[in-house]
Design a protein around this ligand. Sequence first.
Ligand code: APR
Ligand code: ZN
Ligand code: ZN
Length: 361
Amino acid sequence: MPQHVQGVIAPGRNEPVRVETIVIPDPGPGEAVVKIQACGVCHTDLHYKQGAINDEFPFLLGHEAAGIVESVGEGVTDVVPGDFVILNWRAVCGTCRACLRGRPWYCFATHNAKQKMTLLDGTELSPALGIGAFAEKTLVAAGQCTKVDPAVAPEVAGLLGCGVMAGIGAAINTGNVGRGDTVAVIGCGGVGDAAVVGARLAGAAKIIAVDIDDRKLEKAREMGATHTVNSRTADAVEAIRELTGGFGADVVIEAVGRPETYEQAFYARDLAGTVVLVGVPSPEMKLELPLLDVFGRGGSLKSSWYGDCLPSRDFPMLIDLHQQGRIDLAAFVTETIGLGDVEKAFARMHEGDVLRSVVVL
Ligand code: APR
Ligand code: ZN
Ligand code: ZN
């Protein structure tokens, strides 16, 4: 029997979001219905609401979530009802060239649930990143569910589904930060702070946090940054060079998504250093670099897609580390809110003192 639950929809471009009754079909083959316990409010949800991603309104927002599998469709064996899971954006096929080469985050045949969730009048909903978890329940492809230890608070576990994984993964997977490395992180929001946590986890000797907001820098220090640079008052590249004996950092992680910070990241790396781009630029942005600087400085310029993560490998590992007290994922939760507070949480994103507002159900 299809179920009626409450969910947060974005009805049209820049219109306020609102809680509506939505219809969740029974899971079909390869699908699962998940009872959502917590879902973080991410910038991407705001971008959906603004029509910046596509115009397939109405959207069912929310995609950084953890919950309990309620029911599964035919052929689903990896998860069973009662499992505590973190949701990821897309199930991967496991057999395409990208999957076979160990890069499933670039899978050519990712999929979400085939069936659609709808409004009461039958209008089909577009779930944000194929998830739609600002809702009491949601329908996903079973492969989007990764089982983890249920002892972890859902509002903490859910964060691994997007921003925190993107940041930690940028450091440990894409940047391959090693013991003793010097690391600079430009932009210390949720993603940048997670990169700081990842760098510390990987054994970096120096972690230099760069931001234009002192409050963000203070928080980055709590997360493990050893040095901070306010790039409103100091030249970020020069400051990073000074702090690294004149060389530049072994790994520079850009977590803003702007041409000027991409450029800073490029010049702040040591010879043969690695630049990791995790901030998402908007489509019109361009970066011009003298080719001789690209050639002459060596090293690599990498982009990090979803922290280049393998959910089934990385989610349980990070949950273990959190439970052992070796990383503190709870430090990313600024506030817990209700389903009706998502619009307010969007407004608070720009206030500077919020890493993550998390909807708890
Ligand atoms: N130089 C340094 N820091 C900056 C600059 C700048 N020119 N402009 C903004 N910042 C800082 C902000 O002060 C803030 O602390 O960058 C941080 C951005 O953080 P959030 O807005 O909280 O964004 P976050 O969720 O961390 O995501 C960062 O990564 O995954 C992507 O789409 C995401 O592009 C976004 C980026
Ligand atoms: Zn997100
Ligand atoms: Zn694949």
